[in-house]
Design a binder for this molecule. Structure first.
Ligand code: SF4
Length: 452
């Protein structure tokens, strides 16, 4: 049995899932749309009238007035592929409520997807009186760690872990890490199946750049502005990214310093002629979390990094195929940007010292969340390399997880400076600490450890 299987078995024996996080959580329409487009609900469904339906193509985010996703394709009961649009609503009644039933722009909808419905049967009809097949999505299919953040204090498993030989502790954590890696690999494989290897790589890297507070807007941005569109846009790609992100809505340049004025003017000159075309896709400001970020992690800096990834995509693709940490670090370290090399944000004073556009911990995030999950799925030798990958302890959740499991004195100074060990810690933290409501008392992880 692999370490990941052993960890999975440990969880199955220990975790009583009384409902899931998805039950307790309110989802926004933006979140559900992003999850749908990423294939998080799968691609095979049953319509409300009992037919099997497969989404053959998830299409593209619609720039025109009309349904959410255009150029989609579906097949009912294994029959011929039907092309058209897909509309996603939070409630089945939104179709009528929002006037889609009388709007010819919705006449080509082949599937109406929603996450809620009342007790009364609700039909979906077009202005041509055609009945549109309906699919009710099950939000419980979304596996997400529960929201509560446990207290940052030593937990009940500090003593049993301390009593175990270090090699055994390492085994348990690597089992949890491998289990986590498999889930990431599966999610990336699903994304690649739906959107192709290049688009999925680009979307996954964008999501990682948004980590942690701006994951959703970065994911939406990459879904709404596909790689192929931005690669074709060449010099306008950065302007489209900043425009659709909603960062170019201010015409007044006077408050900025001279390099910033020149930088923003350059973006605006490329964005304004195309803004009407992308207006519908522009992200609302409230999706972004701008405050409370370290200046180095400001979303606009991260967006500039995404623009560089697009610009150098053939090289990024080669890095994915090679999955070599040193080469990946070297590439990101070598990225240059005339403006961002010396500005934290557009409102900060220029810095004389050059700043890396993508810092060390962000590169590690990309290796951990994208390159290695793809690499380990392609060959098991990559797993052994991943286990050797060092990582700074730079994340508050990891620090809290380490404190809960090891107390104030971790096994040894270097032990936690490993990407795999940190991933194992996070998995245990999500599977046990975040699901525990008894202040450790009823948590089964300490007793399960004894059986490892
Ligand atoms: S909740 Fe469980 S795993 Fe977490 S610190 Fe407490 S005993 Fe350990």
């Amino acid at each position: 049995m692999s370490p990941a299987d052993r960890y999975s078995h440990l969880c199955e024996c220990a975790i009583v899932r009384e409902g899931t996080a998805a039950d307790a959580r309110e989802w926004s329409e933006h979140e559900v749309q992003a999850l749908w487009f990423a294939g998080a609900f799968g691609k095979n469904f049953t319509t409300t009238d009992g037919r099997a339906v497969s989404v053959v193509q998830f299409g593209v985010w619609n720039r025109e007035a009309g349904p959410d996703f255009a150029e989609a394709a579906v097949s009912f009961d294994g029959g011929a592929v039907q092309r058209g649009s897909i509309e996603l609503d939070m409630d089945v009644a939104d179709w009528e409520r929002h006037g889609h039933a009388t709007n010819p722009a919705y006449d080509d909808v082949v599937l109406h997807v929603f996450t809620g419905c009342g007790p009364r049967e609700s039909f979906t009809r077009t202005s041509q009186h055609r009945a549109v097949p309906q699919v009710l999505l099950d939000l419980r299919a979304i596996e997400e760690p529960p929201n509560p953040q446990p207290d940052a204090k030593p937990g009940r498993c500090v003593a049993p872990l301390r009593a175990l030989p270090l090699e055994k502790v390492r085994d348990v954590l690597l089992g949890a890490a491998q289990f986590r890696m498999r889930k990431k690999s599966a999610a990336l494989a699903r994304l690649a199946e739906l959107h192709g290897p290049d688009e999925s790589l680009y979307q996954a890297l964008a999501t990682t750049l948004g980590y942690k507070s701006n994951k959703l807007p970065f994911t939406l941005l990459a879904q709404r502005l596909p790689l192929r569109l931005l690669r074709a846009a060449k010099d306008s790609a950065t302007a489209l990214l900043f425009g659709v992100a909603g960062f170019l809505d201010q015409r007044e340049l006077a408050p900025f310093d001279s390099p910033t004025r020149a930088f923003l003017r350059g973006l605006w000159e490329r964005w304004w002629p195309r803004r009407a075309e992308f207006e519908r896709l522009t992200l609302p400001r409230e999706l972004w979390k701008m405050s409370g970020q370290r200046p180095m992690n400001h979303p606009q800096r991260r967006l500039a990094a995404l623009a560089q990834i697009i610009r150098h995509f053939p090289r990024v693709r080669a890095l994915r195929d090679a999955c070599l940490p040193e080469a990946t670090t070297e590439f990101f370290d070598g990225l240059r940007d005339e403006y961002w090399d010396h500005h934290y944000t557009v409102t900060s004073k220029p810095s004389a010292k050059r700043m890396a556009l993508v810092g060390e911990s962000r590169v590690t995030d990309m290796l951990v969340n994208v390159f290695f999950p793809i690499g380990t799925a392609a060959g098991s030798a990559r797993w052994e390399e991943f286990v050797q990958l060092p990582a700074p302890l730079a994340n508050r959740r990891t620090e809290t997880a380490a404190l809960r499991l090891f107390g104030d004195t971790p096994p040894d100074a270097k032990f936690l400076r490993s990407a795999a060990i940190q991933q194992g810690l996070l998995q245990i933290y999500e599977d046990f600490c975040q699901r525990d409501a008894s202040d450790c008392e009823q948590c089964l992880f300490p007793s399960q450890l004894a059986k490892w």
